[in-house]
Design a protein around this ligand. Structure first.
Ligand SMILES: [Zn+2]
Length: 331
């Protein structure tokens, strides 16, 4: 298995901060790992958990990577970690009956989950004595009441208790949570790094490079794009959106808004492809000294990002698409 923290690529600043904390035995009690999905936040979170529960830490405070605790601290293939002191919170992760609910958590991480997993444990020391580590996936989905229930624990944690909150939408977190956590930024990865990670996962070099180029620096997006059909669908959607934006024929836009009917499962990845191409256009324009075009591309990029956020919320897919096409045509 090895020490997971050492396998996070391309996030030097964040990882060095964590390593310095481990070396000084001063790991912060509540981190917020923020940045786009698929760039290493989760790997770093479980890497940190591993270092904190390891039974044979190195002199630098890092995980040995081979002891039983190290192996059990890391979730494998979507399963939960087997270590009793590494606890994952995520909307919908648990069967309602496990967390004392009757209905599934459809929109938020419920207060029931926080009560069952965090508060009920707070009076007890770690099972295996070293540390308790709570990893909260998509922490922006904490409900107001569950976030409030966490505040006291975040502020005055019992010793040897650590939280790692993960989010791709830092702005959606309550300010009270933000002020009690230490934020570490995980940025987009260089496409060469994404390609290297894909090759490490068995993707053939040429396919890895092609997918990495379109991925916007996210391993998650790149992996989805290694499927040639998925890649060509994204490329065609992006081309049609750009055409609808510049075409004098508004009808083209309306027909694209119909794509809203595809629904919420498919659209976010198509829109992610569009936002990546706009970010690239903004960078290219800046490099070419065309600042007016760079600003326009940035505005368009923001419109697409907002649309993605609305799709994740409860906006109607078709209305979101319509508003987006109109917004893009107006810039
Ligand atoms: Zn170990």
């Amino acid at each position: 298995m090895g020490a997971l923290l050492e396998t996070v690529l391309g996030q030097t600043t964040a990882i060095e901060t964590l390593l310095r904390g481990l070396a000084a035995r001063k790991t912060h009690h509540a981190y917020l790992f923020e940045g786009p999905s698929g760039v290493g936040k989760e790997r770093a979170a479980f890497g940190l958990a591993q270092a904190l529960v390891c039974e044979a830490r190195t002199e630098q405070g890092t995980a040995c990577g081979t002891c039983s605790a190290c192996e059990r601290a890391v979730p494998l293939d979507g399963a939960l970690p087997r270590h009793p002191d590494v606890i994952v919170l995520q909307r919908g992760l648990y069967d309602p009956s496990q967390i004392g609910r009757k209905s599934p958590e459809s929109r938020e991480i419920s207060i029931d989950q926080v009560r069952t997993l965090v508060l009920s444990r707070s009076a007890f020391p770690p099972h295996e004595g070293l540390a308790k580590v709570f990893v909260i996936r998509d922490a922006d989905e904490l409900s107001v009441s569950s976030a409030n229930a966490l505040l006291k624990t975040l502020e005055e944690p019992t010793s040897r208790t650590h939280f790692v909150l993960l989010t791709a939408r830092k702005a959606a977190l309550l300010s009270t949570i933000l002020s009690r956590t230490l934020a570490l930024r995980f940025g987009h990865l260089a496409s060469s790094v994404v390609a290297k990670i894909l090759v490490g996962r068995g993707v053939e070099q040429a396919a890895a490079e092609a997918a990495a180029e379109l991925s916007g620096g996210s391993v998650e997006v790149a992996l989805a794009l290694t499927d040639p059909d998925a890649r060509s669908e994204v490329e065609s959607f992006v081309a049609r959106m750009h055409e609808a934006r510049v075409s004098p024929d508004a009808g083209l836009g309306y027909s694209l808004a119909e794509e809203g009917k595809k629904g919420k499962s498919e659209l976010p990845s198509l829109l992610a492809g569009l936002s990546i191409s706009l970010a690239k256009a903004a960078n290219d324009a800046t490099r070419a000294g065309d600042f007016e075009e760079a600003v326009k591309s940035t505005v368009r990029f923001d419109l697409v990002e907002q649309a993605i956020v609305k799709l994740r919320g409860n906006g109607s897919a078709q209305l979101v698409m319509e508003a987006l096409v109109i917004g893009l045509r107006a810039t």
